[in-house]
Every structure is written in structure tokens, then in C-alpha cells.
Write a protein that binds this ligand. Structure first.
Ligand SMILES: [Zn+2]
Length: 243
């Protein structure tokens, strides 16, 4: 297949762009994972807030139950106090009075429990408030970070698109056979699909090349592929040209 030095240079440029595209793609790939990580991190703060809320509700429920219990005891005391006037015997009077005293004592105990529940409500409401503030702060922090990452991703994508266009433009004029060999090597994980010869060796797999092959590579008039690693071979130009 006929080739020119120009084709070789262009393919080296394409490879440089492909390497740049791979690097940009790798940078882009981590961003959605980082965003997901930030969102996961928020779940902890939300759970803490929900926990504090549930605790408040438990205390509120207990307070309500105890208030009903207290009301029942107070009602019993009121009822039995009225009955005291109607009892006929001393024993019955004493028994009823004892029951009233028991209910009053129980009522006092329930009042203490109500106070404890109220203290619990106050404490857990404070926790709730702190957790909600923490949650809000974490959300704001995460939103700012996510916003930054999304911007970063958009910028990377724009660079990727521009480089991709440049790469495709450079590749479009190259011989099909050359691109087929190049793409095949890259698809098989050989990202350096075109490599310079190094002395008498392939610079990638280090196999010693036949002298005739070196001549072909130097002439750059046809596609020369390393028989060992299937990479395209070229002769690197000396970096500094004499003025
Ligand atoms: Zn090789």
C-alpha cells in the first residue's frame, strides 16, 4: 500500500490526539462517580435529622398517653370524692378514701413522667434543630461541589469534542488500510499503535527488525507493521533540524 511521510506524520498526530482524548475521557469518567459519592454522603446527614425527628415524636406520643392516664386518675379521684358523701359505713369510707389516695399518688407519679417526657421533647427538638441545620449546610456544600464538578465536566466535554473534531479531521485524509491497522492495534489495548524504530528494534516490543524492514521504514513509502506486536513502525525525525 503506497504511503507518504506526510501520512506517517499525520498518524502520529492522530495518535497524540487519541492519547489526549483517552486522558480527557478518563477525567470525565470519574466525575459522575464523585457526584454520586457526594449525594451518598448527604444520606447520612438526612438520616440523623430523621432520627432526631422520630425521637421527638416518640416523646410526644408518650406525653399524650400520660396526659390521658392522668385525666383518668383525676376523674376517678373526682368521682370517688363525691361518693364519699354517700357511703354508709366507716369501713366503706376508709376503703374509698384509700383508693382516692392511691389514685392521687399514681397521678403524682404520672405528672413526673409527663415532665420527663416534656424535657425529652425539648432535648430532642434541640437535636432536631441542630441536625436540620447540619443537613442544610451539608446540602449547600454538596450542591456547590456538584455544581463545580458539573462545570468541570462540561469544560472537559467541550475540550474533548474540539480535540475529537481535530483528530477526525487529521484522520480523514489517511489511507483506510493504515487506519484499519492502527485502530485494530488500539482496540486490542495497544494504545501506542504507531511506534518509532529504535536502532534496529521495535521500540514497543523490542524485537530485532530485519535490515530490509528498517530500509522500508526509512523510505516510508509503504505501511510497515512489526511482525511481533502488529504495531505500525516509523522512523522518528531528528528533533532539531540544522538551521
Ligand atoms: Zn513490535
Amino acid at each position: 500500500m503506497p504511503l507518504t511521510k506526510e501520512d506517517i506524520h499525520k498518524l502520529v498526530d492522530v495518535q497524540r490526539d487519541d492519547a489526549g482524548l483517552d486522558k480527557l475521557q478518563a477525567e470525565m469518567d470519574v466525575i459522575p462517580r464523585r457526584i454520586a459519592g457526594l449525594r451518598d454522603g448527604l444520606e447520612g446527614a438526612k438520616a440523623k435529622s430523621a432520627q432526631a425527628k422520630a425521637k421527638t415524636q416518640t416523646f410526644e406520643k408518650k406525653k399524650k398517653e400520660k396526659e390521658l392516664e392522668l385525666a383518668a386518675k383525676e376523674e376517678a379521684v373526682r368521682k370517688h370524692s363525691m361518693e364519699l358523701n354517700q357511703v354508709k359505713t366507716n369501713d366503706a369510707f376508709k376503703a374509698l378514701q384509700a383508693e382516692i389516695d392511691r389514685d392521687k399518688a399514681a397521678g403524682g407519679q404520672i405528672e413526673t413522667e409527663i415532665l420527663e417526657a416534656m424535657e425529652g421533647i425539648d432535648a430532642s427538638r434541640r437535636e432536631e434543630k441542630a441536625a436540620a441545620a447540619e443537613c442544610k449546610e451539608a446540602e449547600a456544600r454538596a450542591a456547590a461541589e456538584i455544581g463545580g464538578l458539573e462545570k468541570e465536566l462540561a469544560a472537559l466535554k467541550a475540550r474533548h469534542d474540539a480535540m475529537r473534531a481535530q483528530r477526525d479531521q487529521a484522520a480523514s485524509g489517511l489511507p483506510d488500510e493504515m487506519m484499519r491497522v492502527y485502530n485494530h492495534a488500539r482496540m486490542r489495548g495497544k494504545l501506542d499503535a504507531i511506534v518509532p524504530v529504535d536502532g534496529g528494534n521495535c521500540s514497543a516490543c523490542r524485537i530485532s527488525l530485519a535490515p530490509q524492514m528498517i530500509v522500508e521504514v526509512t523510505k516510508a513509502k509503504s505501511l510497515v507493521v512489526c511482525e511481533s506486536c502488529q504495531r505500525i513502525l516509523y522512523k522518528a525525525e531528528p528533533a532539531a533540524k540544522p538551521a
